[in-house]
Design a protein around this ligand. Structure first.
Ligand code: BV8
Ligand code: ZN
Length: 237
């Protein structure tokens, strides 16, 4: 049975890397990017998560992030987040690489984690470049202002923007050394994050995919487990 096989590979792994996407937070109530509920005031995320959209209408983009922060503030980590935090405790060499900008992995207990696309709860000043945590819900004023008077932006990676160097370096190192690369809850369409499982496979890792549906990665994965993260991931412990 594929789950038993996947469970054995994970238990025997000396080095395990996990890549997660919006699908792992869906069962916590956070809308995914491309699934149902991903729309906001009839905008697609790709239309709002860009520097151009922010430059054109910072108020609109901040209203979208303010809404996402308010939804997130009511969410709890789910069994999928907790299973990954447990896997970390059991594995000698472990890294969780998340594309998500929510903090549900940390709240579930994950420690060895990198955020490839930034965080909903961090802001950066367009003028002085200062970065800070900001957990105010709702935001007031909106757009939020820096002490220096400059306008703040969400400290997330928008389409067309480079990923944080250090996070990407750590993710690549983990992909090179992983015996098992577990990919959960991502459509595997956003690059360069989606390239990581391919890099891992080229370096000898076995790739396991957990997703509700088939994705761009499914043909490459050694095992694809079809179903919900919250149901499947605990079964891999
Ligand atoms: C860059 C932060 C260059 C903001 C995000 C053409 C071809 C290839 C690449 C490109 C191209 N055109 C443009 C590009 C590059 C572009 C890209 O990849 N575009 C895609 C759309 C084609 N990438 C970029 O622009 C990146 N930057 O390349 O820079 C550069 C280099 C140097 C110098 C300057 C520039 C930046 C990408 C990061 C964008 N920011 N988010 C924010 O969140 O507000 S991306 C966004 O998508 C989120 O981070 C999200 O996590 C991520 C990936 O989406 P998923 O996580 O996969 O979510 P999705 O909804 O799509 O899918 C959910 C999945 O879960 C589904 O498969 C579903 O079946 C499954 N699921 C749902 N529920 C469950 C479940 N599975 C299990 N259980 C469940 N319960
Ligand atoms: Zn400032």
């Amino acid at each position: 049975m594929k789950v038993a096989e996947a469970k054995k590979w994970i238990a025997q792994a000396r080095s395990l890397a996990v890549l997660t996407g919006a699908g792992i937070s869906a069962e916590s109530g956070l809308p995914t990017f491309r699934g149902p509920g991903g729309l906001w005031r009839n905008f697609r995320p790709e239309q709002l998560a860009t520097p151009e959209a922010f430059h054109r209408d910072p108020q609109l983009v901040w209203e979208w992030y303010d809404w996402r922060r308010s939804v997130h503030a009511k969410c709890e980590p789910n069994a999928g987040h907790r299973a990954i935090a447990e896997l970390e405790k059991r594995t000698q060499e472990f890294l969780l690489i998340t594309q998500n900008v929510d903090s549900l992995h940390e709240r579930a207990g994950s420690k060895r984690i990198v955020h490839l696309h930034g965080s909903l709860w961090r802001v950066r000043c367009l003028v002085c470049g200062g970065e800070a945590e900001n957990t105010q819900v709702p935001l007031d004023p909106l757009p939020p202002r820096c002490a220096c008077g400059g306008m703040l932006r969400p400290d997330v990676v928008w389409f067309g923007e480079a990923l944080p160097q250090e996070a990407m370096e750590r993710a690549l190192q983990a992909a090179y050394s992983a015996d098992v690369f577990l990919v959960a809850g991502t459509a595997s369409v956003v690059y360069p994050a989606a390239a990581l499982p391919h890099v891992a496979k080229q370096h000898g890792a076995r790739v396991i995919e957990v997703n509700l549906e088939a994705t761009e990665l499914s043909a490459v994965a050694d095992i694809t487990l079809r179903g919900k993260c919250g149901g499947i991931l605990p079964g891999l412990l």
